[in-house]
Each structure stands twice: as C-alpha cells, then as structure tokens.
Design a protein. Structure first.
Length: 380
C-alpha cells in the first residue's frame, strides 16, 4: 500500500518528449522522497523497453500498473476511469499526467457540459500542459472559448492540484494552480564541435546547419531544403537528423548529399546521437509552420550554446528575440529563409560569439536542475 505522499504518473506514449519528460519527472519525484507509480499502456513491450533504454535502473525504483485489462480494454471503460482505478489501487494523493495535453481537450469540453472527472481524482490532477491554448488570451475561436469555459468550471470545482505551463511569457490565470516549467534537456553535451563532427563524418571546415526531427509538414523541412538548395556558399553543410517518410524529401536530401554538402540520419535518434548532432552544429534551424508552444530543438540549441534560425511562430520568435540568440524568418517562406541563411553565413566572429554566449545563458534556464527546481517548488 502506498504512503500518503504517493504520486501516480500517467503516460500512453513512449517516444520523443513523452519518454524524456516521464523519466525526468520520475527522477525528480524519487529524489524528493515520493513513492512513484507508473500507469502505462502495457499491451506490448514498447513502454518498458523504452524506459529501460533511457534509464536501465528506473523501473527497479517504481511500481508499474497497466491502464488496460486482460481483454486489452481500458480498465473501467475509459482512460479517466482507468486512472481512477489505478489511483485507488495505490491510494495516490496526486495524479500526474506526464502530457496533460492528451486529456485536456476532452476534459474541458465535458466539463463545459457539466460532466466532471471521477470523484476520487478531483483535486489531485496535475501535469505538464505543453500547448495550453485555452489559457492563452491571444488564442481566439469558438473551440478555444468552449474549452476555456470548461477549464474555468473545473478551476471553480478545485479539480487540479497543479498544472505546469512550458511558456514563460504566458500570463498566469491562477498562480495557485499554474506555474512555469522549463522545457528541459537532459543531455550531457560533452563533445567539442570537432569531436562530434569526426564521429558523424562531417568536414571540420563547413558551416553546419542542423535540422532535427521528422519530416512532418509543420517541421518545415521541405521549405528548408528549398531554401538551402538556393544558398550559394561552398562551405554550407546540412545535417538532417530524424526518421523521414516523405519520398520527395528523401530525394531532395540525397541530391544535397551528392553535391557533397549534406548528410542525414534517417532513423529514430537516441540520446547519444542527438548529443553529437547538436555539438556538431554551427546553427540549429527550426523553420516550423503554425507551431504553438515550446520546441525541443530550441532548448537543446541553447544547451549547447548554438545560435538558431527560427520561423516567426509565437513562442519560437519570442524566445529568440528576448534571449537574443539567433535570427528570425517568415514561416513557410523559402525566400525569407534563404535570406536568413545568407545573413547567418555573413555574421562576423564578434556577432557569432555574442549569439553563442546568449544561447548558453538561455540554456541554463532549461537544464535538468532548473526543471527539477521548478517541478518540486510546487510540491507539498
């Protein structure tokens, strides 16, 4: 039986930031002396295998429950009912959704209709709310207003223990419930630029632009490739890291490789290879389209002291300008991006050093220590 200082952490996905946040949250809570239970999707081996790969010893320190029954169905018939049953199993006094976004829209819409979550988890709900549009006064539209109304009703019912927002500039509607949590990086960026380039087979004398992530349209890789192909600089080099599924993008990447100005890693990138990529780069390019919220490549660029080129999307633009650590282009505009790439190539050493120093200072806001401090600051 769990103690009264017990937290149930809920997660359904085990790739990208989901796994990274979960391991970081578990470590922080364990460090604080809390008893941790993980409520996971155990219908296959992915969850446990992914956790073991990220931290081989972590599962020895926690209890693990399945959100699904022996018939591969939700326990109790739905996610929240399953969470309710898991909460009862361990007498958890906090239910922490590692990615609160997974339930936010449905939870708020139902609350707007007067439907509340199960009674035994009311007042216990916590989590990381990555893209908190209903909290953002700048967001418009009926859907946003409807969810904001549901959220307001839940706040009046004292449904939440604490929700963490990954936007330091977002007005806080209720400091008793909401607070900022840095979007963290957990990498030990231990390699010099030269060491990283040697490991990845990249020439030492090139200007290396890193595009990190998959080829989803909103990541802007096709726009970036169009701009990069028009950049006439014999020192240019594109390092593209992340599994790609678009044949047109793969063809464009191969064309750059044949011109001896690019390399790409077409597979899931684990932590060690990720570290090498960011250490090898001169500039991290984040040409996202219609992006809302934080960005993993941005905080890793800051962690390695690397300047960025970002599109003018909300928080990406705000952080780049506030922390003065890079250049901004128009989103989904290859010509604007090309002009920005050219500007970067023309930066003098003093300007580059200034951007690098600013990025490094920004990185201190998003490291593991800062993440843990903000997370545990709200703990009882």
């Amino acid at each position: 039986m769990a103690t009264s200082d017990s937290v149930l952490i809920v997660e359904l996905r085990y790739e990208g930031h989901h796994l990274m946040y979960m391991v970081g949250v578990v470590r922080a809570f364990l460090k604080a002396g809390r008893q941790v239970t993980l409520a996971l999707d155990l219908r296959n081996d992915q969850a446990l295998a992914s956790i073991r790969r990220r931290d081989p010893l972590l599962l020895n320190k926690v209890t693990v429950l399945s959100l699904f029954d022996e018939h591969q169905q939700w326990r109790g018939g739905s996610l929240l009912e399953s969470v309710s049953l898991c909460t009862a199993d361990v007498c958890a006094d906090e239910v922490f959704f590692n990615c609160f976004d997974e339930i936010a829209s449905s939870l708020f819409r139902r609350a707007a209709l007067g439907i509340l979550p199960p009674k035994n988890i009311r007042g216990k709900l916590s989590g990381i709310y990555l893209r908190a549009r209903p909290v953002d006064p700048k967001e418009k539209g009926f859907g946003k207003c409807w969810k904001a109304y549901g959220l307001k009703r839940l706040l009046k019912k004292n449904t939440f223990k604490h929700l963490f927002l990954m936007d330091e500039f977002l007005p806080n509607p209720d400091p008793n419930v909401f607070s900022f949590l840095p979007d963290p990086y957990f990498n030990d960026f231990k390699y010099t630029r030269e060491e990283a380039r040697q490991a990845l087979g990249i020439p030492l004398d090139r200007i290396v632009f890193l595009h990190y992530g998959t080829a989803g349209k909103r990541k802007g890789l096709s726009v970036f490739l169009e701009a990069f192909s028009g950049l006439h600089n014999e020192r240019k080099w594109l390092l593209c890291a992340g599994r790609q599924s678009d044949s047109a993008i793969l063809k464009a990447l191969q064309a750059e490789v044949h011109q001896d100005c690019a390399s790409y890693l077409d597979h899931y990138i684990f932590e060690e290879e990720e570290t090498l990529c960011f250490c090898a780069a001169d500039c991290v390019c984040i040409p996202y389209i219609d992006h809302y919220g934080s960005s993993g490549p941005f905080v890793r660029a800051a962690g390695t002291g690397k300047p960025v080129i970002v599109s003018d999307c909300r928080l990406l633009r705000r952080r780049t300008e506030e922390y003065d650590m890079g250049l901004v282009c128009k989103q989904n505009d290859a010509q604007s991006l090309l002009n920005t790439l050219e500007c970067f190539c023309q930066l003098g050493s003093d300007e580059l050093e200034r951007l690098q120093a600013n990025a490094k200072r920004c990185g201190a806001l998003f490291n593991e220590s800062s993440f843990e401090a903000h997370l545990l600051k709200q703990r009882p």
